[in-house]
Design a protein around this ligand. Structure first.
Ligand code: 5GP
Length: 178
């Protein structure tokens, strides 16, 4: 195998604490009037979004929908290609939308996606990412909620994969290329 797991960069306890804080902030900023529609980007963000949604107050109108967008090949380098494989089930017109992504790197995936979603006339459109590799940005993306800023190193776990592996890890770890 050309890759092996490296050290933990963010532990499960730290992730859980931060997800709680982010949920509280999102609930405070949005929600009271129109509720919140989370749009999760499959597959990576599914893990983060299910934890985030469960931390939202019970009395808020919280909806969850998913889209599947691909920008990465099988390894650790971007293919530069952005394709939509699976679209939302429901209309987001007039909704307070929070797009949930596992990681923002070049920003190409998110900026492409935000353009598409903005055309559907949501009441508001915000971005929530668990991880931000800010040093690698190629295009400007306004991130409203960010879990952790991380250095430019490939990571896996908590939904993030390497050639399909290691999404199931509870902690976020570095990957070492051999
Ligand atoms: P962007 O379009 O911002 O360059 O790429 C975003 C996508 O790249 C993420 O959704 C994720 O699939 C992938 N990606 C970027 N950096 C990493 C990383 O360190 N680990 C993993 N597993 N995926 C990454």
């Amino acid at each position: 195998m050309p890759y092996r797991l490296g050290e933990v960069i963010i532990s499960r306890e730290t992730i859980a604490r931060r997800v709680k804080e982010m949920a509280a902030k999102i609930a405070e900023d949005n929600g009271r009037d129109k509720g919140i529609t989370f749009v999760g980007i499959l597959t990576g963000a599914a893990f983060f979004l299910t934890d985030l949604a469960r931390e939202m107050p019970e009395d808020l109108d919280v909806r969850v929908d998913f889209m599947s967008v691909a920008s990465y090949g099988d390894g650790t380098k971007s293919s530069g290609v952005v394709r939509i494989f699976h679209d939302l089930k429901s209309s987001i017109e007039g909704k307070n939308v929070v797009v949930v992504e596992d990681i923002v790197d070049s920003g190409l995936t998110l900026s492409h996606l935000l353009g598409i979603l903005q055309n559907r006339n949501p009441a508001s459109l915000k971005v929530c990412v668990l991880l931000d590799k800010y040093e690698r940005r190629k295009t400007e993306v306004n991130v409203d909620y960010c879990g952790f800023r991380i250095p430019d190193k490939f990571v896996v776990g908590y939904g993030l994969d390497c050639a399909g592996m290691w999404r199931h890890l509870k902690d976020i770890k570095y990957v070492i290329e051999e």
